[in-house]
Design a protein around this ligand. Structure first.
Ligand SMILES: [Zn+2]
Length: 286
């Protein structure tokens, strides 16, 4: 049995949740979603419109080390991992605070592999214009995880710290957050991202030049990329966005109406599966 066949064939699973795998889309095909529970995988696009039930068993297993934990930290880690892994440090969320150069990186080898790699500063439209950064290899996954409908890479830099310094400049003029309720309602208006890029680059010209002088002219490059459109499998957007939460109610069920970002959209409400990484669930599709 091929992997592809097993993904489409399974309609029940049990295991700790991982963030969904989302494969890129084009104008004709929406993004392809795979729900992951432990080693089991369920292709969700084929089940749009079907009844889907997820029941949290009460167990939570750290997404990094697998040990049982009563509470999850930073979307799926046990407390010891949360306190010791570089990927759980605050500098991952605020890359401009990278402290590798001070010799205090929690895991220098991990940092070298993940942070000292080319990063991209991009504009995206998830619930309006936003700026973001990510490792180059994480595109377009990052945009799909955020539920962006459009995205445009604008600058490439040598490492994560520099991406944070550039993003900080842009954040004077544009937000870096997604309003998830607006993103899920689906009435997000298209934006002329190349025009926004040109406007922002012109406005920040002097500050970018000063930053280049500081980190090296070659470290920050302007990209001449074309905007990307992203499409999601959705039968119907929710009128009112109500969110499900395994901590409040272990059973989440309803008719699967759509998938956007890391959200399942049911006719009964929505759930951000990323938030519940490591939560052991039983999944059933009818
Ligand atoms: Zn752990």
């Amino acid at each position: 049995m091929s992997d592809l066949f097993s993904v489409a064939d399974v309609s029940a699973a049990r295991g700790p949740l991982r963030k969904m795998e989302i494969a890129p889309s084009d104008a004709e095909t929406p993004a392809q979603y795979t729900l992951r529970a432990g080693e089991q995988r369920i292709g969700l696009n084929a089940h749009l419109g079907a009844s889907l039930r997820l029941v949290h068993t009460g167990a939570i297993h750290c997404v990094h080390c697998g040990r049982a934990t009563r509470k999850s930290f930073a979307q799926g880690y046990c407390y010891p991992c949360f306190k010791s892994l570089a990927q759980c440090d605050t500098c991952i969320v605020k890359p401009e605070t990278c402290h590798y150069h001070a010799g205090t990186c929690r895991e220098p080898a991990w940092g070298e592999q993940h942070c000292f790699q080319p990063h991209v500063v991009y504009l995206a439209n998830s619930s309006g214009l936003k700026v973001g950064i990510t490792r180059k290899t994480q595109l377009p996954t990052r945009w799909l995880d955020q539920g962006a409908i459009q995205a445009l890479p604008i600058l490439e830099v040598d490492n994560r710290l520099q991406s944070g310094l550039v993003e900080t400049l842009f954040k004077q003029m544009v937000g870096d957050r997604t309003n998830w309720r607006a993103m899920l309602k689906g009435d997000v208006a298209p934006i002329d991202l190349p025009a926004e890029r040109d406007r922002l680059l012109a406005a920040l010209d002097q500050e970018l030049a000063a930053l280049k002088q500081r980190v090296g002219e070659q470290a920050i490059g302007t990209l001449a990329a074309s905007p990307v459109e992203l499409h999601y499998p959705i039968l119907e957007f929710p009128g009112k966005v109500v969110s499900h939460n395994f901590d409040k109610s272990p059973e989440v069920s309803g008719r699967l109406m759509g998938l956007k970002g890391q959200y399942l959209i049911f006719d009964t409400g929505v759930i951000n599966l990323r938030k519940f990484g490591g939560y052991e669930v039983e999944v059933a599709i009818e």
